[in-house]
Design a protein around this ligand. Sequence first.
Ligand code: TZP
Ligand code: MG
Length: 212
Amino acid sequence: MNLHPSFPYPLYLVISEKDCRGRDFLQVAEYAIRGGVDIIQLREKEITTKEFIYKALKLKEITDKYHIPLIINDQAEVAEKIKAAGIHVGNQDVAPAVLRRQHSFEHKFIGYSIEYLPQLDDENTAVADYLGISPIFNTKTKTDTVTEWGLSGLAMIRSRTDKPLVAIGNVRLENASAIVKAGADSLAVVSAICGADHPEQAAYAIKNELLK
Ligand code: TZP
Ligand code: MG
């Protein structure tokens, strides 16, 4: 695959403690990085801001060590506090257009999940640094989803924008190359890496597939 010049991170790990099968999520993250993950998002729900900051700081020690960007899901306060590389938000969260006007987010990545077609024409999409194709395929990891875009949905969105497209939802080794062919610049993975018996090997195998 060709790397997108403004988002050269083909393998995107989305991690939360609960998706790591009882293992230390920091260790899973480090193994995944060694396997070839290019960027990590910390996505924790049902957690206080204080706990989120604590976890994010711990994870940032690791991502900094490997010079990998750390993105925070949903919570702008956490992203600001830990000096994250960026934030990822959906339709229900603080709007990218609002974030972009804030000094602290001027130079941070802002990712925006596309769940409905009309979002493609909104001001939030216009200011986002990358768009999440959410979900590309239905998944047990997140069940409150709206549109299963599939490969044809991804290709349609590809034809309408040059922004980096990050596909998420049931991405695994078996479908990775088809998703890239349909137009994704990056694949976001939860269970196929965090839930794998060997996260390092799982990440390595997917990355290898992407780089073919
Ligand atoms: N957003 C859309 S699908 C999804 C998120 C966070 C979960 C993806 O998890 P998995 O295990 O890679 O299918
Ligand atoms: Mg969200």
